[in-house]
Every structure is written in structure tokens, then in C-alpha cells.
Design a protein. Structure first.
Length: 101
């Protein structure tokens, strides 16, 4: 029976956020993992880039709609998340989900 563990990496609410933020972490070597980004976008611009630091493979969310987005992680790889914003209003939560079998 599979067991799921969800860890919050960062959570933030903001009004007129203008910044660049970066998070770097390693994915698990044995278990399946994915990144879950929950966004409330009420104005301004914000973008999220999920980068595999070893292969430079990039997935980008550019000024996304309010909602939840999921991205699978490759086992044993280093991942980087870049957040760029300008006068953004809303909130985001970044979580890592691990499926233990």
C-alpha cells in the first residue's frame, strides 16, 4: 500500500511583490516525488521556473491562472525553482509530495 507524504517548502501571501527568489533541493533517490504549486493570482505578474539543475530541462509557468499545478521530479536529481514577480498580488504555496511504496 502506497503512503503519501507532503512537505511544504514555502508558503507566502503578498501584495505588490517585486522580487526574484530561488529554491534548490534534491529529489529522493528511491521514491517517486512531485512538486505541487498552488497559486492565487489577483494581479501583477509572477512566473515560476522549475529547472532540473543537471539536464537544464525547464518548465515555466508565466503569469498562471489561480489553481494547482503539479510537476513530477526525476529520482536523485537536483531541482531549482525560480520565482520572478513584479507588483504581484495574491499567494503561493510550494509543496513536495513523496509516494512511499
Amino acid at each position: 500500500m502506497a503512503k503519501e507524504k507532503i512537505t511544504t517548502l514555502n508558503s507566502r501571501s503578498y501584495k505588490y511583490l517585486s522580487t526574484n527568489r530561488r529554491f534548490i533541493f534534491n529529489s529522493h533517490k528511491e521514491y517517486e516525488q512531485e512538486i505541487i504549486i498552488t497559486i492565487v493570482n489577483n494581479g501583477g505578474t509572477i512566473s515560476f521556473e522549475i529547472i532540473n539543475a543537471e539536464t537544464k530541462e525547464t518548465t515555466k509557468l508565466d503569469n498562471p491562472e489561480t489553481g494547482t499545478y503539479t510537476f513530477p521530479l526525476k529520482k536523485g536529481m537536483k531541482t531549482q525553482i525560480l520565482i520572478k514577480s513584479k507588483a504581484a498580488i495574491g499567494s503561493y504555496k510550494i509543496q513536495k509530495k513523496t509516494v512511499i511504496e
